[in-house]
Every structure is written in C-alpha cells, then in structure tokens.
Design a protein around this ligand. Structure first.
Ligand code: F6P
Length: 548
C-alpha cells in the first residue's frame, strides 16, 4: 500500500486473508502445533547480525508467516525501508528525514541530505566527543578550581535520558568505575537533590542533553544545577568548566551561557527516542570510553545492514514486527512483555516503552484518516527472574494473553557459582511453561486433589520470542536496540502511521504551562477549567499557600 492509498489496511485482500486464517489458527494451541510439526523449532528460528531468535512458540504456521510477508509486501515495507535509508522525508507531519541509521554508518559511507553528507558531520561530532572524553579521562579538562572531573550528571528527559541511562546501566561492566554517573530527568526536585547530595561541585560536570533545549523539565533542572554550582564555586566563570550541552539548538545553548565550543550537535533528522547513539550518548561515551562507544555503533550498523539487505523471510526486525502485529491485530493482545534475563538490562523495558509507544501510539494514518484497527500495544517489563516472583502469575493464569520477549545471553559477564545456569534455566522454563502449560490430566497423574486442579491448571498457549546472544557487549547492545527500532518501523509502515512524530505529548505540556502560574496565586481571576481541575487547583492553593 503506497502512502496516500485510499484503500484502508483492513480492506486489503491480504488482511482479509489473515483474518480468515486467524479463525483456523486460533482453534489450535501451541501444544498441538508442536505435535503436528516436529521441525518447528528449526523452521521458526534464525540467526542474524549476531542475535539468535526462536519464534517457534508463537501462534503461527508456515502459512501464517507467508500471509504476513504478503501483507508486508502489499504495504511496501521494503520500499519504505529504502525511503528511510535514502533520507526521504518520511516523518511527514514534521517534514523531516529519519536518519538515525546515519549515526552508526561507517565513515566510508555517504548519505546526502539536502546536498550535505550527514555521515561526515556525524563522524566529525564523534571525533569531537572522543577528544572531549579523553580530556576528561586523562584530567586535562579541569574544573574551575583546578580539580579533575570525577562526577558526570546528565540532565535530560525522554530520549535525552532513557537511552543514556539504559545504556549506562547495560554497559556498566565496561565503565570507568572510578567515576560517578548520575541521570536527572524528573521535574520533581527530589531527582536533582538526590543525584547531587553526595558529590563535590568542583569535580562535577553537567551534560545538558536536550534536542530542543526548551523542554521545561530539563531547563528547570539545568538552572537549578547552575545555581547549585554557583553557590558552591561562587563565580559565573565556573559555568564554562562544568557545563556542556548536547542539542540541535545552538541559539538557546548560547543563551544559557554555554560556549558553542562546548556544545555537541546533531541533526533534526534524529528523533529523540532514536538518539542514544548520537551526541546524546555523550554520557555513555564518558562511561565506557570511545572504543566501546564505537563498538556499540558497529553493532547498530550490523543490524541496520541486516534489516536493509536481508530478504523478509530471514529478516529479524521484519519477523519481530510482523509477529507483534499478528498478536496485536488478530489475537487482540493489547500488551507485550519485555523480560531481559540480564540484570544489566534492567532499564531496557523502560527504554523500549518510549521507543515503541511514542513511535506507534497513534490513531491517525499518514493520509489523515482515523485508523480502523489497533496500533501499538502497551510495552512493559522487568528483568527476569524478579518478574517471576511478582506478575508472572497473571501471564500464566490471567484472563488476558500477554505475548512476551525473553532476552538472554549464553555467557555471563559475572560468572559466579551456579547463578548463570539457574538464570538461563529459568528463561527456558518460562518459555516452555507459557507455551505448554500444565493440563488437568498431568495434575491428576501427579496425584493433585480434584478440588485443587482448576486452580493449578495452566492453560499454556502463551506466545514468547526468545532472543539470545553470546554475551552482553557494547556491540550486542547496539544490535538489540536496532532490532527493536526497526521492528517498530515495520509495524508503523503497515499501520501507515507516522512513527516519528509525537504530537500527543503536546497538549499536557500546554495545559501545565497554564496551570503553573495559577498554583502560585492565592486568588486571582476565576479559574476556568472544568470543575474537577478547578477544585484540585483550589485544594493545592489552600494547602500550600494558606497553610491549611
Ligand atoms: O515530550 C516528548 C519529547 O519531545 C520526546 O520525544 C523527547 O525525547 C523528550 O521530549 C525530550 O526532548 P528534548 O530532547 O528536546 O528535551
């Protein structure tokens, strides 16, 4: 379906074909599908760009996959992939190209946008970042009082926080342990106070990370940081030694008092949630060093190449995207769980929440029509095995099916005792239990009392993807993030939505700006919100301003 095609997705013959096919598949369960086809694990698993994916425990047959590929072809997914890689303005509502793939392209590659080679610009910035990082690490860059920098505080929110903090946690094993890294995002002052309470201002560098450099939370935290620093060091001159900026907005950065020499930029063709591998990743590079950062970029690039060049039938992000769509649009699964069996990936689900839901949580097609089908499911998750002792009960026996991705590594970075074997055994066991469950017959054979059987039955037929890699390295992290980025792309391409804008977040920002001054007034012009909002504001005023 070419962009602007008036035929709605659900009217396509490929869609109707899938709907009819769903009626057949939904009558079978995973147990039956595995019994019918002993080669299922071989058939529905593949290796690509250093990752292994077993998707055999999805409610699919070979026919399902063929039909899903036909839908992808009809929706011109390959053409849309090429359009992105070629720098076409596929972010139509913001009239922008979408070129995060250029952030990890090798310097030998050239991608031209409006006559400028963006890869050249990217590598220039990377070199400046690497040079800066070396100066911090070797102590050549000194704080205002002459001390070396030991603490890095990244101030940013959304894509200017979630990627850096996720990658910092994910790559902690490789990090400069002698340094302290903190990430401040929330407008809640507690975030700033807790992040800075035990660090010495004279040894602290703030990275102000904001694509726009106008985001309320980030700018408020930035001025609090400047006050905190100035009250300790006493001179305005200290700012230039303790603040750098990462942004696309040079004018605002200068207005804040940061020398453009200390600013690292990127193009407006990088979306916030796709920016952790741009200069927004400066804190990551400071944590793990330039060599590891470049390795991470190489991992991203490997998956980009796989995505662009591999036929759909063996293409990891295409398959992941289609499976997610199959569950979402045909089985009606409204959420997807992300469960990394790797402690270092503890922030990965939070990172994916923005990547997936800010990208594909849309109700309007590119041509401006209301969609007639569901778009993005809710993504959520926690690391295994912690989740098993909390919400997995619902995944096994709840009334809703929650397809999930279980992510693990063959080797641990911290091989202590039997831990890793137990961890991976749990991952495999969960995937098995969710698929095949526990039948009343099996329980009877175990001698379980009849009245307990209904409570102990696990129906199974809960789909999982199992994603495995050798070990968590910077390159593996890059591959993993790119896998999800591109799987989000595939779904957005089929749903015919703009996966790269985020208009839905604006309304709340506008209304907050209106309410901020109203909270500071004891009384004033009559409040003109709805009765609920008026009352909440009045209550706040009474409690806070009148000391009630
Ligand atoms: O409000 C949403 C959003 O615009 C995200 O898309 C973005 O990642 C975040 O805010 C932060 O924006 P900025 O980097 O411009 O401060």
């Amino acid at each position: 379906m070419k962009s602007g095609n008036p035929v709605s997705l659900t009217n396509l013959s490929e869609w109707s074909d899938l709907s009819r096919h769903y009626e057949l598949i939904s009558k079978k369960d995973l147990k039956a599908l595995f019994e019918e086809d002993p080669s299922r694990a071989d058939k529905f698993s593949l290796q690509g760009a250093g990752l292994f994916l077993d998707y055999s425990k999805n409610r699919i047959t070979a026919e399902t996959m063929e039909k899903l590929f036909s839908l992808a072809k009809r929706c011109d997914v390959s053409g849309k992939i090429e359009a992105m890689f070629n720098g076409e303005k596929i972010n139509q509502t913001e009239k922008r190209a979408v070129l995060h793939i250029a952030l990890r392209a090798p310097s030998s590659q050239h991608i031209f946008l409006d006559g400028v080679d963006v890869v050249g610009e990217v590598h220039e910035t990377l070199s400046r970042m690497a040079d800066f990082v070396r100066r911090i690490h070797d102590g050549t860059w000194k704080g205002y009082t002459g001390k070396p920098i030991r603490n890095i505080v990244n101030i940013g929110i959304g894509g200017s926080d979630l990627g850096p903090v996720m990658a910092y946690e994910a790559l902690k094993f490789y990090s400069h342990r002698e340094m302290t890294f903190r990430f401040v995002s929330n407008i809640d002052g507690t975030d700033f106070v807790e992040a800075t309470r035990d660090i010495d201002p004279s040894e602290t560098l703030f990275i102000l990370s904001s694509k726009t450099f106008t985001t309320l939370e980030t700018m408020t935290n930035a001025s609090t940081a400047r006050n905190w620093l100035l009250s300790a060091l006493g001179s305005q001159d200290a700012v230039s030694r303790h603040f750098v900026a990462v942004s696309t907005n040079r004018a605002e950065v200068m207005k804040f008092g940061i020398d453009p020499e200390n600013m690292f930029g990127f193009g407006d063709w990088v979306g916030g949630r796709y920016s952790m591998d741009s200069a927004i990743g400066l804190s990551i590079m400071l944590a793990v060093g330039p060599v590891h950062f470049y390795e991470m970029l190489a991992g991203f690039h490997e998956m980009d190449e796989h995505f662009r060049k591999t036929p759909m039938e063996e293409n990891l992000p295409v398959i992941m995207g289609l499976l997610s769509l199959w569950e979402n649009n045909f089985f009606g699964s409204a959420t997807r769980g992300i469960f990394p069996y790797e402690q270092y990936l503890k922030r990965f689900p939070a990172y994916l929440q923005q990547l997936t839901m800010e990208s594909n949580g849309k109700h309007t097609t590119m041509s401006g029509n209301r969609v007639t089908y569901d778009t993005c499911p809710v993504f959520w998750g926690e690391p295994g095995t912690n989740g098993q002792h909390s919400f997995y009960q619902l995944i096994h026996q709840g009334t809703r099916v929650i397809p999930s991705d279980l992510i693990g590594f063959f080797h641990s970075l911290n091989p202590v005792g039997p831990h890793h074997q137990i961890l991976l055994a749990n991952l495999f066991a969960q995937s098995e239990a969710l698929a095949f469950g526990l039948s009343p017959e099996a329980l009877r054979k175990q001698g379980v009392a009849e009245e307990l059987i209904p409570h102990k039955v696990c129906e199974g037929n809960r789909p999982t993807n199992v994603i495995l890699a050798d070990r968590l390295t910077p390159a593996t992290l890059g591959r993993l993030v790119a896998l999800y980025e591109h799987s989000v792309f595939v779904q957005g391409a089929i749903w015919e939505i703009d996966s790269f804008d985020q208009w839905g977040v604006e309304l709340g920002k506008v209304l907050a700006q209106r309410i901020i001054p109203e909270l500071g007034e004891q009384s004033g012009p009559a409040l003109s919100h709805d009765s609920s909002t008026n009352r909440l504001i009045e209550l706040f005023r009474k409690k806070r301003l009148k000391g009630a």
